[in-house]
Ligand binder design. Structure first.
Ligand SMILES: *Cc1c(COP(=O)(O)O)cnc(C)c1O
Length: 403
């Protein structure tokens, strides 16, 4: 095992654990242990659920906090044939690491790195005429056609071209294709509420997407890939699979629609560990942590765990976030601080937790708290819990997928 040294493209330190077990190497205050085999297995599950579609593993935002390159390689080992990123810079990091599979980036701004995207064969998502114009200019300079995928807004009212503007965007793109400046290779959209499969908005969006595809195909577009399904739609709505599915969260083993998906067979890839720095007795009736918002109800012991909002632990989880120690789940006592939290060991933990013990904040093994538990404790979604983990927490990798 090597202790983290090498920084990944995000600046997060990354290292390998050869033992294959989830553990916190001696001397480290904290780590997020990422099981690459879980990522590969999750992609296999998703492929099985969408057997007629290709899988684009979404690896934006440092693979939802799991580490871009190891996660991307593990997803490819599991059978993903595409990768998806929000920003072009993320796609370029994949290319710089020698990853050659098709990559789509869908969130661009005026003045973006279109020339580099074209040079490195990154598909560019296009939502607006300004992007087509900039991409065409960059393609002319490069002397090579840009691969573009047109994004239609079927109701999210976020990015994507409006249904009203769609016919014109398609026509403009096909003109540039005739001029040899772009290849229009895909069309896509994004759901509003795929985590609520029964919501009629899903059907309305699918109908709008089909109509938009029809308009484009009538105009002469021949798409390699048409896609709309994120994780939740991949899990719950086969009608949404088309040629390709675009799961992110599910690749990392988290459930995008708790309660709506049933038994998914997905396995959380990340386990967040912290090492207890202090255990001490606190009498009943004492305030704990800043503001004394928490008061001990019995004579107890508290454990200090060196993970705080500087590490991405949400302060909204104060007095709520679960922490497992000595095989039992306790809760944070009082405010989450920048660098640490305090855990009240009242009951099962008193006398059983020692300095140097390893706390599990969330993981995937039976009985462990989950990122979803943290999401509920903080009033957010599991996406945010894993993605917001900061660069101070080293990512350690176990498993062999993609290595
Ligand atoms: C983030 C994102 C996804 C993946 O969404 P999940 O809910 O994590 O599966 C897919 N498509 C687009 C356009 C996205 O922005």
């Amino acid at each position: 095992m090597s202790v983290p040294e090498a920084a990944g493209p995000s600046g997060i330190s990354q290292a390998e654990i050869s033992s294959g077990a989830v553990s916190l190497p001696p001397g480290l205050p904290s780590a997020a242990v990422v099981d690459l085999d879980a990522i590969a297995a999750n992609v296999r599950v998703l492929r099985g659920l969408a057997p007629t579609a290709a899988v684009m593993a979404v690896v934006k935002a440092d693979a939802y906090g799991h580490g871009l390159l190891p996660s991307a390689r593990a997803a490819l080992a599991g059978g993903a044939s595409w990768l998806g990123t929000a920003q072009i810079s993320e796609a370029l990091q994949l290319r710089a690491a020698g990853i050659t599979v098709p990559v789509l980036s869908w969130l661009t701004v005026p003045g973006d790195q279109f020339a580099a995207a074209i040079e490195h064969h990154v598909d560019i998502g296009v939502s607006a005429p300004w992007a087509l114009a900039e991409i065409a200019a960059a393609a002319r300079d490069q002397g090579r056609a840009a691969r573009v995928q047109l994004k239609v807004d079927t109701g999210l009212n976020r990015n994507g071209c409006t249904l009203a503007d769609w016919p014109q965007l398609v026509e403009d793109a096909l003109k540039l294709q005739a001029d040899g400046l772009v290849s229009v290779v895909g069309a896509f959209s994004h759901f509003v509420e795929s985590d609520a499969p029964a919501n009629p908005v899903n059907e309305l969006q699918l109908a709008a997407f089909r109509a938009a595809l029809e308009v484009a195909e009538q105009a002469g577009a021949r798409f390699e890939v048409r896609h709309i399904a994120n994780s939740a739609a991949t899990l719950t709505n086969p009608d949404a699979h088309f040629d390709l599915v675009r799961p992110g969260l599910a690749v990392y083993g988290l459930d995008p629609a708790p309660g709506a998906t049933g038994e998914t067979g997905l396995r959380p890839a990340m386990t967040l560990l912290g090492r207890v720095s202090n255990v001490k007795a606190v009498p009943a009736g004492q305030g704990v942590s800043y503001g004394h918002t928490y008061v001990t109800s019995t004579d107890t012991e508290v454990a200090i765990v060196p993970l705080g909002y500087g590490d991405g632990i949400p302060r909204h989880a104060s007095s709520a976030g679960p922490v497992q120690l000595a095989g039992h789940t306790f809760h944070i006592a009082g405010r989450v601080c920048m660098d640490q939290v305090v855990v009240d060991l009242a009951g099962e933990g008193v006398g059983r937790v020692r300095e140097g013990d390893v706390a599990v904040l969330f993981g995937g093994a039976p009985g462990e708290p989950t990122a979803q538990d943290w999401a509920l404790a903080a009033g957010t979604i599991s996406y945010e819990i894993v993605t917001r983990l900061s660069a101070r927490v080293p990512r350690l990798y176990i498993g062999s997928a993609g290595r």
